[in-house]
Design a protein. Structure first.
Length: 274
C-alpha cells in the first residue's frame, strides 16, 4: 500500500516557488529568523517592535500573498526577521499555510519563533507542535500577556517550556514587554547556548510502524533530505501536493538546491573569515 505513494504522475505541483525562497535566504545578511503564528496573536506587533523602520514588504515568489521582512541587531549580530502569513496549521490547505510550511521546511531559517495568544494557548499550541515536527530550533513567544493578566489568566512560562522542550518567552509586544528577552533567546538558540529538545506526542503504534517503513524509502529516494519523518507523516495524512512533488521529482531538485545553497553559504563564510 505504501508503495502506491510513489507511483502516479505529477498533475498539480505548487512548490515551484521554493527555489526562489532559498535564493532569497542565501542573499540575506546575518541570521534568518522565521516568525510564525495564528492570526490575531499580535505577531505583526512583535515583528514591528523588533524591526522598527528597518523593514520592507513585497510578495512571496509566485504568489499574491504579501511578505514582510526586516532586520534587528543584537549583541553586534544582524538578524533578518521574516514575517510568515498568519495560519492555524501547516497542512497546506491554503496558500498561506503552504507558504509558511515551505519556508520553515526549505527556507533554512536559523530559528523559528512561533507567536501564540496567552489567552488562547490550547488553540494556538497546535501550530507550535506542527512547527516542532519540522525543526527543533523553535522558540515559543507567548504574546498578549497583558490581556491574560487583565482576564485573570496565569501562564506558567517555565512549566510550559519544560513541557514543550523549547524556550518560551512571555511578551506584551505593544508595550515592549519581554522583547529584550526574546531577542536574547533568539541569539542563544542560534549560537547553541540554549539547547532545544522538542517533546512531541507519541503517535499510535500503527502510525509509527507506517512512518518507520516510509522514512528509509524517502531517504533512499532523496539523499540529504532533512525532516524525512515529517514528510512521511504528511504522506500518510494524504497531503496531495507534497505527494505529487515527491513523485514528479521536484523534491529531488529542491534537495539538490538546498545542498548547493548550504555549500555556497559555507564557502562564502570561509572567504569572509579568511
Amino acid at each position: 500500500m505504501l508503495g502506491a505513494l510513489f507511483r502516479s504522475p505529477c498533475r498539480d505541483c505548487r512548490l515551484h516557488h521554493i527555489g526562489a525562497i532559498q535564493q532569497n535566504n542565501a542573499e540575506r545578511k546575518g541570521h534568518v529568523v522565521a516568525l510564525a503564528g495564528n492570526p490575531n496573536t499580535g505577531k505583526s506587533t512583535v515583528f514591528n517592535a523588533l524591526t522598527g523602520l528597518n523593514q520592507h514588504t513585497g510578495n512571496w515568489p509566485g504568489k499574491t500573498v504579501s511578505r514582510a521582512e526586516g532586520t534587528f541587531v543584537y549583541e553586534g549580530s544582524t538578524y533578518t526577521l521574516v514575517d510568515l502569513p498568519g495560519t492555524y496549521s501547516l497542512l497546506s490547505a491554503s496558500s498561506d499555510e503552504e507558504i509558511a510550511r515551505d519556508f520553515i521546511l526549505f527556507g533554512q531559517p536559523d530559528c523559528t519563533v512561533v507567536v501564540v495568544d496567552a489567552t488562547s494557548l490550547e488553540r494556538n499550541l497546535n501550530l507550535v507542535l506542527q512547527v516542532m515536527e519540522i525543526t527543533n530550533k523553535v522558540i515559543v513567544c507567548v504574546n498578549l500577556m497583558d490581556e491574560a493578566r487583565r482576564k485573570g489568566i496565569e501562564v506558567d512560562i517555565a512549566q510550559l517550556s519544560k513541557g514543550l522542550g523549547v524556550p518560551v518567552v512571555g511578551t506584551a509586544a505593544r508595550y515592549g514587554e519581554g522583547l529584550g528577552e526574546l531577542a536574547r533567546t533568539i541569539t542563544e538558540v542560534i549560537d547553541g547556548r540554549i539547547e532545544t529538545t522538542p517533546k512531541l506526542p507519541a503517535p499510535p503504534p500503527a502510525v509509527k510502524s507506517a512512518v518507520d517503513e516510509l522514512v528509509p524509502k524517502i531517504q533512499a529516494l532523496l539523499p540529504g533530505l532533512r525532516n524525512a519523518r515529517w514528510i512521511a507523516y504528511r504522506l500518510i495524512e494524504g497531503d496531495y501536493r507534497l505527494r505529487q512533488a515527491l513523485i514528479s521529482g521536484q523534491f529531488a531538485a529542491l534537495v539538490r538546491d538546498e545542498r548547493e545553497s548550504l555549500r555556497t553559504a559555507s564557502q562564502a563564510e570561509r572567504v569572509v573569515a579568511g
